[in-house]
Write a protein that binds this ligand. Structure first.
Ligand SMILES: *Cc1c(COP(=O)(O)O)cnc(C)c1O
Length: 405
């Protein structure tokens, strides 16, 4: 394993290693196709024409820059630090995922591919990718476990309306893990035609760095916006962490600002004692998953654990390798929020600000609820509101009705 030093200790070396984490441990049949992606992304990211095309879509299609909104009512209610929300929920399609899906679709097009392929769990990545593919003019193929196909019917309909082919995976547990294997199988058999579009800062090099780069617009905007509004940098950044893409998107522009505290929030689900959580940074151990070396929730045989969260977009047994590195270097801290705390935060933001957050994003709000009252009134917190909660309202209403019985 060759490791070279880079300018920033927080970034990957040329082989995609964030210290011991990251890399691209892959079966032989995937090595060359993924290496091609790394070479082509390096060229594209250095090409002003590619960057211009991408920035134009962010402005004219996604609707960027997204607002940095001062949540005055929530701040007054909690007492303490001023809370700002980075409004990724206002993007076209209602979440941050469109930022990297457009980047990946443009890269696929530039590489001469005709199809993008991916797995999806709850279907949010599949919908964002199908949207980007429709816009850019690519075929789209989404692999989804048969159980998830049944559970997430509205997202299946959305993907199909957008022109995507949804493949229902009937093997094994019929969920995300099998969908990953199935999609990689199709990709490996035909890498000339397909581009594999990973949905977070996970997987083999270059994906953790590439997806982060496509999301880094979030933090660059937030940094300029908070300087404009407050005349200073924030005291804390808070973001929910599943794979970790919305979090890395917000954090990236502030990594070298050592006075800015960085906090990722993972799902404690029904509690950290049992197995009904997805707190990978908190309870995971180093291991291999999906073509990367990172922290993993795993059993004694190295098999990824079954995980749970009230928010289906963050119930992942791994985490982006850059997060594992940031924690190791002491640059970021990872905490948890339970399902119950998340549900409370969802309701609190909805009632005080008239903003319905995604249950994923509500984990970040839940931590702000704990932290803000402990800080002085001149302190500033930025919470990444990664998506809107319209997709979650039926589920939340049902949960609340059950609780009041
Ligand atoms: C998918 C999703 C997440 C989790 O993904 P990350 O890669 O950890 O950001 C968070 N929030 C929303 C709204 C999502 O759709």
């Amino acid at each position: 394993m060759t490791q070279t030093t880079t300018v920033s200790p927080y970034r990957a070396d040329e082989h995609g290693f964030f210290g011991e984490f990251g890399g691209a441990p892959l079966p032989p049949f995937l090595v060359e196709p993924i290496a091609e992606v790394a070479r082509e992304y390096a060229k594209a990211s250095a090409d002003p024409a590619f960057q211009e095309q991408y920035q134009a879509l962010l402005a004219k299609y996604v609707g960027r820059p997204s607002l940095l909104y001062f949540a005055e009512n929530l701040t007054a209610k909690l007492g303490g630090a001023k809370i700002y929300l980075k409004r990724e929920d206002l993007n076209h399609t209602g979440a941050h995922k469109i930022n990297h899906c457009l980047g990946e679709a443009l890269l696929a097009k530039r590489m001469g591919k005709t199809k993008v392929i991916a797995e999806t769990g709850a279907g949010q990545h599949g919908v964002a990718l199908a949207t980007a593919a429709a816009l850019v003019g690519l075929d789209c193929e989404i692999h989804m476990g048969a159980i998830d196909v049944a559970k997430q019917h509205p997202n299946v309909v959305r993907m199909e309306l957008l022109g995507a082919k949804v493949v229902s995976v009937e093997e094994g547990g019929k969920t995300l893990k099998e969908a990953v294997d199935s999609a990689f199988g199709v990709y490996a058999a035909n890498p000339e035609e397909y581009f594999f579009a990973i949905g977070s800062v996970v997987g083999p090099h270059p994906y953790p760095s590439m997806v982060r780069d496509f999301q880094s617009v979030v933090g660059r905007e937030a940094r300029a916006q908070v300087l404009e509004a407050e005349g200073k940098l924030p005291d804390y950044l808070i973001a929910a962490v599943g794979g970790g893409s919305n979090a890395m998107g917000l954090f990236d522009a502030f990594l070298e600002d050592e006075a800015v505290g960085i906090i990722g929030v993972e799902p404690a689900g029904e509690g950290l004692e049992g197995s009904r959580h997805a707190a990978t940074m908190t309870l995971g151990t180093p291991g291999m998953l999906h073509g990367m070396h990172t922290k993993v929730l795993q059993d004694a045989n190295g098999e990824p654990s079954a995980v749970h969260s009230i928010a289906s977009g963050i119930d992942y047994p791994g985490v982006g390798p850059q997060h594992a590195r940031l924690e190791q270097l002491g640059r970021a801290t990872y905490v948890t929020a339970s399902d119950a705390e998340t549900l409370d935060a969802f309701q609190l933001l909805t009632r005080t600000e008239g903003i319905i957050p995604a249950l994923e994003s509500s984990h970040a709000v839940a931590h702000a609820v704990k932290l803000a009252p402990t800080l002085p009134a001149d302190a500033v917190i930025i919470v990444n509101l990664s998506g809107r909660g319209d997709k979650d309202v039926d589920f939340v209403a049902e949960r609340l009705a059950q609780q009041s019985k």
